[in-house]
Design a protein around this ligand. Structure first.
Ligand code: UDX
Length: 443
């Protein structure tokens, strides 16, 4: 199949590369000239394991190319995929200006029948608007199909080739059939529905996963007070097939480019039709407050944070990505700075991106995990990168000025911590706390 993909962000680039790997001819379009040049030179502007190899292989095989010329890409393709961003407006609503512009550009470029596929996450009804825009500007026939994307950053290539399901929202059976063909080799779980339901499936899925995370985080907070262990609780719950084990890892809350934005957008979508989504509002509130657990734990152990040196391990919103959008580390570091602490921060790959959000004279950007720990009054682990799990805890303890370790992602086992002299606090595991202030955490 000949495919044009508009937008080379996470979704667009990964989809384009993966469709070319499946044997299709793909042209990816981006309006940023420098990005297109970079991609044509075989370089990936995002950190995504495995993506570059597949991209270069298919570009060399002549199945994948990058251009700023949207018109030509559209004219050469049967399927045009819209994968531009839908960032949040201050109200929480999705900003649809890039989507609308893409629809106008497609309409003004097409010279024959096209299937326009929307992969960007868009509020219910947006595909209808896309249809109106194109129909208003072009006399050529077309169909609009919604195919929401469920890939996760850090495992985007694997997720694309091994999806749990493909959702196809369409009005026209023949167009749906072509899009089923495009995905048939990936999974048997292809759900074909109407366009509005497809749009809703994406929001409902992300909102549900965010709910699972906030739920287990609240259970963790209660575990701390009643002396239970949230990892055992989650394991015990997860064996129930109706619950399932995934997304029950307690920590400092979710971040990233999807959950924060999509939960806010769904609250707005509901609000626009006079429905207050109370449950989801609470999920968002719980998530924001969970970040503050780190600060509360620090204050319990160190008292006034003014003048203290705090080491931070992990800036990305999760491991295996350099994405820091809505990362809990942003707010935690800002609060620490406000309290007068100075920071020694380290992340394996996200530091440069993070500095575009927060930069300050009181932050030392460190080149390694132990470097960041050097002379600090306490260490906070905010992202569960594997290298943090593998660190020698005895050396770490000697490197810190005070042996205080706050593990925001429950990375270390009870056995490992028991062998050390750390004053240790994690999330929802009060019985693991070690050291002089051990009982303070169980309060
Ligand atoms: C998510 C969805 O999983 C994906 O289907 C959608 O297309 C985009 O949004 P992503 O944001 O890449 O993907 O990351 P994900 O792995 O889902 O993690 C999101 C956040 O939740 C991270 O901050 C992570 O640390 C947190 N999380 C996840 C938890 O705190 N606990 C968990 O058990 C799982």
């Amino acid at each position: 199949m000949k495919i044009a993909v508009i937008g080379t962000g996470y979704v667009g680039l990964v989809s384009g590369v993966c469709f070319s790997e499946m044997g299709n001819e793909v042209i990816c379009v981006d309006k940023v000239e420098a990005k297109v040049q970079m991609l044509n030179a075989g370089q990936v502007p995002i950190y995504e394991p495995g993506l570059q190899e597949v991209m270069v292989k298919n570009a060399e095989a002549g199945r994948l190319s990058f251009t700023t010329d949207l018109g030509e890409a559209v004219r050469k393709s049967e399927v045009v995929i819209i994968a531009v961003g839908t960032p949040s407006l201050p109200s929480g609503e999705a900003n649809l200006s890039f989507i609308e512009q893409a629809a106008r550009d497609i309409a003004l470029s097409m010279e024959d029948y096209k299937i326009v596929v929307t992969k960007s996450t868009v509020p219910v009804g947006t595909n209808g608007k896309i249809k109106e825009i194109i129909a208003g500007l072009s006399a050529h026939p077309f169909d609009v199909v919604s195919v929401p994307e469920f890939l996760r950053e850090g495992s985007a290539v694997r997720d694309t080739f091994n999806p749990d399901r493909i959702v196809i929202g369409a009005e026209n059976e023949a167009a749906a059939g072509r899009i089923i063909e495009l995905h048939r080799s990936l999974t048997d779980n292809i759900i074909v529905t109407d366009i509005r339901s497809a749009e809703m499936i994406k929001y409902a899925s992300n909102a549900f996963l965010a709910t699972k995370i906030s739920f287990i985080n609240e259970i963790a907070n209660i575990c701390e007070k009643v002396g239970a262990d949230v990892t055992s609780v989650a394991e015990g719950m997860g064996y129930d097939n109706r619950i399932g084990p995934s997304f029950l890892k307690a920590g400092i809350g979710y971040g990233g480019s999807c959950f924060p934005k999509d939960t806010q957008a769904l609250i707005q979508i509901a609000g626009n039709v006079d429905y207050e989504f109370k449950l989801l509002k609470s999920v968002v509130d719980v998530n924001r407050d969970q970040r503050y657990n780190i600060l509360r734990k620090l204050e319990t152990l160190l008292g006034d944070l003014n003048g203290k040196i705090i080491a931070i391990w992990g800036l990305a919103f999760k491991p295996n990505t350099d994405d820091v959008r809505d990362a809990p580390a942003i707010e935690i570091i800002q609060e620490l700075l406000k309290a007068g602490a100075s920071i020694r921060a380290y992340d394996p790959i996200a530091t440069a991106n993070f500095r575009q959000w927060v930069d300050h004279d009181s932050i030392a950007w460190c080149s390694g995990a132990l470097d960041a720990a050097e002379g600090a009054d306490a260490l906070c682990l905010l992202t569960e990168w594997q290298e943090f799990e593998q660190v020698d805890l005895k050396t770490l303890q000697e490197t810190l000025r005070k042996p205080i370790l706050i593990d925001g992602r429950n990375v270390y086992s009870e056995e490992r911590i028991a062998e050390t002299g750390f004053v240790y606090s994690s999330i929802g595991r009060p019985n693991m706390n070690r050291g002089e202030n051990r009982h303070a955490f169980a309060l």
